[in-house]
Ligand binder design. Structure first.
Ligand SMILES: C[S@@+](CC[C@H](N)C(=O)[O-])C[C@H]1O[C@@H](n2cnc3c(N)ncnc32)[C@H](O)[C@@H]1O
Length: 204
């Protein structure tokens, strides 16, 4: 999901996975396809909105990967629930959803700072929040040619995303902080949720 420019698709294909690349934007899929082609891969692309994924995508998958702080683009709770339910449904019975998000809790509760350890958008791109409250995180991106872009995102709290995942049926959710299992809540720039579909009966 959220193929974007195809960075993760290419990495996954090169790691040997059988990958289908989905995105709601035909323009992004065209970019991803071209980026894949330049690296010698033919990406299998599908244009689909997460909210009605199973209308367009009929297979079942071992993993659904939604990275790059993409889930933050949904502004209504109904849409977030629907998208997660569609991801759940597109998974095999023992499949996993891997979804990441910015650490908005730290930004909202303690202000913005970034170590830029794992995620960045190039060495010369400056990112800073312009406005943050419980309903909107607006970021400004300044590029080396001085062009400036603004992005409105929904500030997802970590516990909220985990709760929604549980409510749509995911059984076990592990949340890593910048890829580490243990961390201080305020430290990571990004959280990575790994949500398992497999139902495990509770031991008596
Ligand atoms: C931040 S970009 C993804 C970047 C990419 N995953 C990466 O990490 O390099 C977010 C992508 O999500 C897609 N997107 C946003 N909302 C969507 C939706 N409701 N359904 C499908 N794709 C959506 C956008 O078209 C965009 O390509």
């Amino acid at each position: 999901m959220a193929t974007g420019t195809g960075f993760h698709s290419v990495q996954l294909v090169e790691a040997g996975f059988d990958v289908v690349s989905a995105d709601g934007s035909a323009e992004m899929l065209a970019k991803a396809f071209e980026n894949g082609r330049r690296r010698g891969h033919i990406l299998r692309t599908i244009q689909s909105d997460w909210r009605w994924l199973n209308r367009d995508v009929h297979g079942r998958f071992d993993a659904i990967v939604c990275l790059g702080n993409s889930f933050t683009h949904l502004f209504s709770e109904n849409d977030r629930r629907k998208a997660l339910a569609e991801f759940y449904s597109a998974l095999n019975h023992d499949g996993v959803l891997i979804l990441d998000q910015r650490n908005y809790d730290a930004i909202m509760d303690h202000g913005y700072s970034s170590k830029h350890t794992f995620y960045y958008c190039g060495d010369n791109v400056e990112v800073r929040p312009e406005h943050v409250d419980e309903g909107l995180a607006r970021f400004q991106y300044t590029f080396p040619d001085h062009s400036v872009y603004h992005l409105n995102m929904y500030p997802l709290r970590k516990a909220y995303v985990r709760r929604l995942m549980r409510e749509v049926g995911f059984q076990r959710i592990e949340t890593y902080g910048d890829f580490k299992e243990t961390y201080k809540e305020t430290e990571p720039d990004f959280f990575i949720h790994v949500a398992e579909k497999q139902y495990r009966e509770a031991c008596a």
